[in-house]
Design a binder for this molecule. Structure first.
Ligand SMILES: [Zn+2]
Length: 254
């Protein structure tokens, strides 16, 4: 199937889901017209809660399959680094990972990759993997993207990264802020991508206290876990050093 055919099929399925989402609203209006206000409110609240939990809870797989941890039997936590590439942070991170003998998946933003293609090539040259983290990273409105905008975000990033490192096209997708509405996983799957979430994060995108961030990660660390940290935060370089040391020490003990 050509990419254009895949796009048409994906949008068709997305718009069918969108139409289904409007049905409870129509039903609510009909119930109100019939005078059963309480039933309409109950239906509205139930559907809203299902949509909210399915979209905003990062581990909730109601709207499509997510990979939430590595296969059982995995011996080492997987390190993933979101929001790069970054002209200062990416080279520093690569140096730290080399020093600790660690590999990672870098979930890159397409338009940042376009600005720094040499960093994307360097990530791959050092033996790491690049993942799709959307073209523009619209974190505050990603939860509300409709099928066409969702396709554009994920497909454009895939095209960008594949153009820069043609032999290392992303296999994994991670939604900004972990939000995945009913069209998100559908689109990623149509593009051949597995949606990869995480088990251990320290909220380094918002917290500024290194000890808090580290202890949150340490608490959730398991052998089959997936660790999430970010580029482009004030903590990035120091946090990467500390997390890499933590993972390397754990690997040395096993
Ligand atoms: Zn992100």
């Amino acid at each position: 199937m050509s990419l254009e055919q895949i796009r048409a099929e994906c949008l068709h399925r997305g718009h069918r889901r969108l139409a289904l989402l409007f049905m409870p609203a129509v039903l609510c209006v009909l119930i109100v017209l019939a005078g059963a206000w309480a039933s309409a409110v109950l239906l509205f609240c139930t559907v809203s809660i299902i949509l909210m939990l399915g979209t905003l809870v990062s581990s909730c797989a109601w709207f499509g399959p997510l990979v939430k941890r590595q296969p059982s039997g995995s011996k080492h936590p997987l390190l993933t680094i979101d929001d790069g590439p970054h002209p200062q942070h990416t080279p520093a991170i690569l140096e730290i990972l080399d020093r600790h003998g660690l590999k990672a998946i870098f979930f890159l933003i397409g338009e940042r990759a376009d600005r720094h293609p040499e960093l994307v090539r360097e990530i791959v040259r050092r033996g790491h993997e690049v993942g799709n983290h959307t073209q523009t990273h619209p974190a505050t409105r990603f939860w509300a993207l409709r099928p066409r905008a969702m396709w554009n975000e994920i497909a454009q990033c895939q095209e960008t990264l594949t153009r820069i490192v043609p032999q290392h096209s992303p296999r994994y997708f991670r939604p900004p802020a972990g939000h995945h509405n009913p069209f998100c996983v559908l689109t990623a799957r149509a593009l051949g991508l597995t949606t990869l979430m995480w088990t251990a994060r320290g909220f380094d995108g918002t917290l500024r206290n290194m000890n808090q961030v580290l202890s949150r990660i340490r608490r959730k660390l398991t052998d089959d876990g997936i660790v999430l940290i970010h580029e482009a935060t004030p903590l990035t370089v120091e946090l990467t050093e500390k997390v890499a040391a933590m993972l390397a020490a754990r690997a040395a003990q096993s």
